[in-house]
Design a protein around this ligand. Structure first.
Ligand SMILES: *Cc1c(COP(=O)(O)O)cnc(C)c1O
Length: 739
């Protein structure tokens, strides 16, 4: 979620009054707002997407709730020591969280482990789950005020507490101390966020967190429904549940369990309800990335849920046989249960089978889903598949983070209405050549660059020149996102400057390269990329030959607040994933809105950005999505430019030190191991960089491109994304606050 205060006073329309009131108390608003720590309750793009969508839901008066976990420790704080990443705990709750409202009366028991027994019931049998452990979920509400409306919605986060029901047996056996200590263990369920982005390990605590979240949220939803209904006939009419990836997909089995075991609906009727309430957003591009839960783990933690999943699978496979015949290869691919060395449950298959809609997060992502990842399912149920291109909220990403640009836009459009109706930004297109606008636009951009330069100096001691091009890549560190390509490009630039005649150096366009992002703690290669970045920075920044022509800065602890500061100050931003690997990307949209030019591959939502602003207004390069598979097959035979071999050689030879440590990084780039095609794309990457340099020298051209970027960003508002969900998937309408 990032910070709450700055966003809330803007959405409530009280920023100026609030700042005045603070002044009377002797405080500066800007200084105060900076004191707030981020709520870092997610890993990256996937979670930030939900945060943007909450803002849009509130602003557009949709009746909606967000649910999540109130982790004691959010995403780790990244500390860089000697260029290496260290993970420190994020103590965000230590001094209290003033924005949350603890609902001591909104608590639900959540059960785990135990056994399932048959019980006689109405002449037949039914299943009863006798759990072995119980914890309490306590609700903490975080208000999300909409902009320009009195509507405020709730993000309800669950914290785990020991259950009120004490285990009398342990007390009676006299083991008082252990009984208390065991109770305390309950709190570990919501204690820490798993820091892995896009990879899943079958870990018991993680599964426990998922079920804890699902069980508490569903009890809350069902309780609210039952307050005004005496049976479940209208449930699908009143409730729509959107699964953000597979993480909450146990909810499907849980709804079945509650309806059948606790509400005593028959199986068929319960199944009919389940099929109408769930829809599923998937963020993966690779089948290997899909979440699988080992059956053994599920059986011990949630024995009844495993039975239910088996029963769902049995019925589904029987139906499937009628439709596709006895094609056992296909049946086994499509089964919810995977038989293998480790028998496991494929959470995505469960989600697809039970959801009425499966959507990708950009158009090309959806194509990948239909033709590769979920091809079998698409052929069976083409009507289920759809896409909703991600979006970001212009309230946080322009109005809050870039107040000067916001004021400038309102002045030139003659209205603030774009804050709620972002398509109005297109009105800037007519002014894209206006010299007065150009001058003001450059002023604003310079102001933001100065703010960023101050931050960089305060943080790292590095002085950067604001007349240089600020070239930014901030996002989670992943091989597919190719921060390494960026760093190798910087090494190449450095090498060129070093080998130039002194007189030629005046022709170099000065650059400040900024890289930031966290690596998952167990992701060795990603951590080496961070170290390489810092080692190269050390060399370049201390080379008097280079001076202001090139600087490299690694910004530590990338999070939402850092993004709010860095994005408005960027001239150029890089979104350079190997084509076919980024499902959507949302960072690109934030930069676009702020008038930053994109240097990018044709991947994910960038493809749609190209359609909006035209390829002339950005710097594109690299292999296209359809070319990638054939290029990979070539392996060591793939032609790679000499410059690439020579920059890799510099790293290998220890030019930046740490020769042994970087060896495995270099091995990943050569000898047919270059899976992400850095070598193949290097030449066209350098050409795109050269085109950016050329455009930057022509400030009038650059400013026009910048204005057209902001003007063309309307389609990438989460307001549009949410409208599509509301109309196409949930069937809901705005519900205006009556007072
Ligand atoms: C927007 C955002 C992301 C996602 O960035 P991508 O460039 O789409 O990977 C990740 N982390 C934070 C803090 C963000 O604000």
């Amino acid at each position: 979620m990032g910070r709450s205060l700055s966003n809330s006073v803007i959405n409530l329309g009280i920023r100026d009054q609030y700042a005045d009131a603070l002044k009377e108390l002797g405080f500066e608003y800007e200084v105060l707002a900076e004191q707030e720590g981020d709520a870092a309750l997610g890993n990256g793009g996937l979670a930030r997407l939900s945060a943007c969508q909450m803002d849009s839901l509130a602003t557009m008066d949709y009746p909606a709730w967000g649910y999540g976990l109130r982790y004691q420790y959010g995403l780790f704080r990244q500390v860089i020591l000697d260029g290496y990443q260290h993970e420190h705990p994020d103590y965000w709750l230590n001094f209290g969280n003033p924005w949350e409202i603890e609902r001591v009366h909104v608590t639900y028991p959540v059960k785990f482990y135990g056994t399932v027994e048959d019980e006689n019931f109405n002449g037949g049998k039914r299943k009863v789950w006798l759990p072995g452990e119980m914890v309490e979920a306590v609700a903490y509400d975080n208000p999300i005020p909409g902009h320009g409306t009195r509507n405020t919605i709730t993000l309800r986060l669950w914290a785990a507490k020991p259950s009120d029901q004490i285990d009398m047996e342990s007390y009676n056996t006299g083991d008082y101390i252990n009984a208390v200590v065991n109770r305390q263990r309950a709190e570990t369920i919501s204690s820490v966020l798993y820091p892995d982005d896009r990879s899943y390990q079958g870990k018991e605590l993680r599964l426990k967190q998922q079920y804890f979240f699902v069980s508490a949220s569903l009890q809350d939803i069902i309780r609210r429904f039952k307050d005004s209904h005496s049976n479940f006939d209208d449930f699908p009419e009143k409730v729509a549940l959107q699964l953000n990836d597979t993480h909450p997909s146990l909810a499907i089995a849980e709804v079945m369990r509650v309806l059948v075991d606790e509400e005593h609906l028959d199986w068929k009727r319960a199944w009919g309800i389940v099929c109408k309430i769930f829809s599923f957003t998937t963020h993966t591009v690779l089948p290997e990335g899909l979440e699988k839960v080992p059956v053994d783990l599920l059986e011990s933690l949630l024995p009844r849920h495993l039975q239910i999943i088996y029963d769902i699978n049995f019925d589904y496979i029987e139906e499937l046989k009628k439709k596709i015949g006895l094609d056992y290869d296909r049946l086994s691919r499509m089964s919810i249960v995977e038989d293998g060395a480790v028998k496991s449950i494929r959470m995505a298959n469960l989600a697809i089978v039970c959801s009425h809609t499966v959507n990708g997060v950009s158009r090309v992502h959806s194509e990948l889903l239909k033709t590769r990842v979920f091809k079998d399912f698409y052929e069976l149920w083409p009507h289920k598949f759809d896409y909703k291109t991600n979006g970001v909220t212009q309230r946080r990403w322009i109005v809050v983070s870039n107040p000067s640009l916001s004021a400038l836009i309102s002045k030139w459009l003659g209205t603030e209405a774009w804050i709620r109706d972002v398509d109005l930004l297109a009105g800037l297109q007519e002014q894209a050549a206006n010299v007065d606008l150009h001058e003001e636009w450059r002023m604003v951009r310079k102001l933001n660059k100065m703010r960023l330069a101050e931050y960089i100096e305060a943080m790292s001691g590095i002085k950067v020149s604001v007349s240089a091009m600020f070239d930014v890549q901030i996002k989670r560190i992943h091989e597919y996102k190719r921060q390494l390509l960026n760093i190798l490009g910087i090494i190449h630039r450095y090498d060129c400057i070093k080998n130039m005649e002194k007189s030629d150096r005046t022709k170099v366009v000065p650059r400040v390269c900024i890289i930031g992002g966290k690596a998952a703690p167990g992701y060795e290669i990603a951590k080496k990329i961070i170290k390489l970045c810092n080692a190269v920075a050390e060399k370049i920044n201390n080379d008097p030959d280079v001076g202001d022509l090139l600087k490299l800065v690694f910004i530590p602890d990338y999070n939402v607040s850092v993004a709010e500061l860095v994005i408005p100050g960027a001239d150029l931003s890089q979104h350079i994933s190997t084509a076919g690997h980024e499902a959507s990307g949302t960072g690109n949209m934030k930069f676009l809105m702020n008038g930053c030019l994109l240097l990018a591959t044709e991947d994910g939502s960038t493809v749609e950005i190209i359609e909006e602003i035209g390829e002339d207004n950005m710097f594109l390069f690299g292999a296209k999505m359809h070319e990638v598979p054939a290029l990979r097959v070539k392996g060591p035979a793939l032609k790679v430019p000499l410059q690439f071999a020579s920059v890799v050689r510099m790293v290998r030879d220890g030019y930046f030190g740490f020769q042994d440590y970087f060896e495995s990084l270099c091995d990943k780039l050569e000898g047919g191991n270059d899976f992400y095609l850095l070598g193949y794309d290097f030449q066209s990457y350098l050409e795109a960089q050269a085109a950016a340099d050329k455009a930057f020298v022509d400030q009038e051209k650059w400013t026009r491109m910048s204005i057209l970027s902001t003007a063309g960003s309307g389609r990438f508002s989460s307001d549009r994304t949410i409208e599509e969900y509301a109309e196409k998937t949930w069937g809901i309408e705005p519900c205006k606050c009556p007072f």
